[in-house]
Write a protein of this length. Structure first.
Length: 139
């Protein structure tokens, strides 16, 4: 995401002089969906509200460089769904806007489709920006 802005030396309430040489146009950038993140210095968890999973894979926007993120799926009663447990989850350990979450080496999450579930993210020295139940593109 790009933000273009202008800056002029002086105070906002000062009289503006169009000949002032101390002004510039700047560019600030943010990563995709990078307005806000959930972040841990050490360890922490984030559990979503109940949601209906509409997709066949889970995509996560996160920076886990120097740390890790694992994800588990909980049923409507808050119990871990066996195949989608934290211990079965391949840890995310890098920075990407499109990490595909996999459990036991498989990113297929169709068993969660149409079910009310919660997702629990376990973070260790990581930033979680966004997640999305997505549909894999078929060729």
């Amino acid at each position: 995401i790009r933000f273009y802005y202008t800056g002029i030396s002086g105070r906002h309430w000062d009289t503006y002089h169009k000949d002032t040489p101390d002004h510039a146009v700047g560019l600030a950038t943010l990563r995709l969906d990078g307005f806000v993140s959930v972040e841990t210095d050490d360890q922490g968890t984030l559990t979503t509200k109940s949601l209906i999973f509409l997709g066949d894979t889970l995509v996560v926007n996160a920076n886990a460089s120097g740390g890790a993120i694992t994800v588990e799926a909980l049923d409507a009663d808050g119990k871990v769904i066996d195949r989608f447990s934290r211990t079965n989850c391949q840890p995310i350990t890098s920075d990407s806007v499109r990490h595909v979450v996999s459990w036991n080496g498989n990113s297929d999450s169709r068993l969660l489709q149409g079910r009310p579930i919660k997702l629990r993210f376990h973070l260790r020295r990581a930033k979680l920006y966004a997640f999305e139940p997505a549909t894999r593109q078929r060729q």
